[in-house]
Design a protein. Structure first.
Lengths: 306, 328
């Protein structure tokens, strides 16, 4: 104990490395963030998406019409008083689109969170234990993958009474299997890495290894998938609501608004085009954000080969 | 190849049974047709009538037994009782299937052909203006809700008919209810006219995603060594691209196409609802709203068979497309 001195103490003073290497150390997170910030389409999309999000959730508190209060104006085209016009029974379309966007986003985000959580844990557990557990869990996931999403969601949610969390739960219950496949394949390679071995040697429990080591390290594919699921979620929910099996009046969603306006495309076009444009805007920005995240987490996929 | 095909079909039978069993449990528990029967009629049916109805649709039997009776019945051509009186589910299913098959098949063929053409073109001219345009529209169509675009197309069709004074583009139903001159040719053009708009609707979304896949896999293959070798040997670029690169690049597309069949069937439900076709889409919507267990199951069983069939075809196509893949 006498001869050895801790490095950095008085005897063996090492020169500070900054003098030799002027490049600042970058953590993985910072690298990813940097690449994402430089992805122009993704950044613009992120700004637009956040604006839509704020507008849909804060806007209704500031706007002087409610989505379920009649106004005296029927079938008005867009004006300063009603920026998105009104429908034939006098509802203010601005308030309705705001509410519809809110409901659709709420459902889509809950779908993404729910199915990502279930799918990630399912895939991580299957990939970590392998063998029999893996075989059984993955056969279950495969089975769920064979179910036609839209048809099953339609059959189940026809009984939902239109509550938004039930619709989200139904769709999430059919989309988690895809996430579990992706996470499993990542975990299968991660579990062979030295840091997992080290954690095991230190006596970490299986749960700790899965939740503190494996899942955080597969965050890249998980986040990319979650964004894609928001787009899938919003397109599925609006389609369900359009056919009449999703959100029910008096509540409203973007799909329901388009459905109610489909007979009035010529007479009151603003009722049809605006909610549709919002669905496209949300799905489009989400897809671009997902693309940017994919490039940021996995720069290998951006091949510049000629 | 034949042995492999037979093996694959045999393997997919347990998958089909397990999948339909789960779906059956879900559908049986998703609603109460007896309560629906008792409350939705005017005047309300008597207790005896309700009990007879419950017996008729086997509502009181345990689910496992109902499933067993149903699946063995289907093998003998008995698709189970519908909640609607005098509705033969099997007959209903196959009449509607013929209607939907035309739509789905034409949409898939058009989407595939266009996706390969645009995807390959996009890859060959990577980072050109054309590539960016195709990519942009790809993203746009991927974000476009099918139902919104369908309503838009329907309006465009009505406008087109008004402008040209013709009745060519049908916007309601899969055929005209009545033809003034009833010849085979007229009937054919009438069907085609009704097919145009729904096909475009349904083809659009798959076209967008398949173009992206073709482009990506084409770029991948174009960077591979064997393509460079073929070029180095002095083969013409066009020959190499079509005969060497495209062939391999089509493999991921085959997989994706097979996986997307379920999505297309879902899209067909929406398309048929908007264009008021009497196909499988209408059947699913009707059976969901009338809580018709056996009719819903008939729909889901047929779609499961179609999906499994497409996956099998995709697996067999790999061997045709890539000579390195051998099944024996």
């Amino acid at each position: 104990m006498t001869d050895i001195e801790a490095p950095g103490s008085a005897g063996t003073q090492l020169p500070p490395s900054d003098h030799e290497f002027t490049v600042r150390q970058r953590s993985q997170t910072r690298l990813v963030l940097r690449r994402f910030l430089r992805h122009r389409a993704a950044m613009v999309s992120l700004v637009v998406f956040v604006l839509i999000l704020l507008w849909a959730f804060i806007g209704p508190h500031l706007w002087h019409y409610s989505y379920r209060k009649y106004t005296p104006d029927n079938s008005q085209p867009p004006s300063w008083k009603h920026p998105f016009g009104t429908d034939s029974s006098g509802y203010d379309a601005y308030a309705q689109v705001m509410r519809g966007t809110q409901t659709s986003l709420k459902i889509a985000i809950l779908i993404a969170l729910g199915s990502t959580f279930v799918g990630a844990v399912w895939g991580a557990v299957a990939g970590f234990y392998r063998g029999f557990v893996d075989a059984v869990m993955m056969r279950v996931a495969d089975l769920v993958l064979t179910l036609p999403l839209f048809a099953i969601a339609l059959v189940i949610s026809s009984r939902s009474g239109g509550s938004w969390y039930w619709i989200a739960a139904v769709i999430a219950g059919l989309t988690w299997a895809y996430v579990s496949r992706v996470v499993r394949s990542t975990v299968l390679s991660l579990r062979e890495k030295e840091f997992v071995e080290a954690a095991k040697a230190l006596g970490a429990s299986d749960a700790r290894i899965i939740f503190r080591h494996l899942l955080p390290n597969s965050l890249g594919p998980i986040i990319v998938n979650a964004t894609v699921l928001v787009a899938t979620g919003i397109l599925t929910e609006t389609a369900l609501s359009f056919v009449g099996f999703g959100v029910q009046p008096p509540d409203t969603s973007l799909g329901l608004l388009v459905s109610q306006a489909q007979t009035a495309v010529d007479t009151r076009p603003w009722l049809f085009y605006i909610p549709g444009a919002f669905i496209i805007a949300i799905a489009l920005t989400i897809n671009f954000i997902g693309d940017g995240l994919r490039d940021a987490f996995d720069p290998r996929q951006q091949r510049v080969r000629q | 190849m034949l042995a492999y095909t037979v093996r694959r079909i045999l393997v997919s039978i347990p998958v089909l049974i397990a999948s339909t069993f789960i779906v059956f449990l879900v559908v049986v528990n998703a609603g109460d047709p007896v309560a629906n029967f008792a409350t939705s009629r005017q005047p309300p049916p008597s207790k005896a009538a309700v009990a007879a109805f419950a017996r008729h649709i086997h509502a009181n039997e345990p689910a496992v037994q109902r499933y067993w009776n149903w699946i063995t019945g289907v093998l003998h051509g008995d698709w189970g009782p519908s909640v609607q009186p005098n509705l033969d589910i099997g007959h209903d299913l196959f009449t509607r299937f013929r209607v939907t098959v035309t739509l789905v098949a034409s949409a898939m063929i058009i989407a595939l052909v266009l996706a390969v053409i645009f995807g390959v073109f996009s890859a060959l001219r990577q980072y050109s203006a054309a590539d960016y345009t195709i990519t942009f529209f790809g993203f746009l169509f991927l974000a476009m809700p099918v139902f919104w675009f369908a309503v838009l197309l329907k309006q465009a069709g009505i406008w087109f008919n008004e402008q040209t004074g013709s009745q060519f583009l049908g916007t309601i139903g899969e055929k005209s209810p009545y033809l003034p001159v009833d010849t085979t040719w007229n009937e054919f053009t009438d069907r085609i006219g009704h097919l145009v708009l729904p096909t475009i609707t349904l083809a659009l979304v798959s076209f967008a995603s398949w173009t992206r896949y073709t482009r990506a896999s084409m770029l991948e293959v174009m960077g591979s060594d064997y393509v460079r070798l073929a070029r180095a040997k002095g083969l013409r670029r066009g020959t190499v691209m079509v005969r060497h690169a495209l062939r391999t690049a089509l493999i991921p597309l085959a997989t994706v196409t097979a996986l997307d069949v379920a999505i297309i069937l879902g899209g067909a439900v929406i398309t048929e609802t908007i264009f008021q076709w009497h196909g499988m889409g209408e059947m699913l919507v009707q059976s969901a709203s009338t809580v018709d267990v056996y009719r819903t199951m008939a729909w889901l069983l047929l779609s499961a068979v179609v999906v499994i069939g497409f996956n099998l075809v995709a697996d067999l196509l790999y061997a045709v497309l890539d000579p390195r893949i051998r099944y024996d």
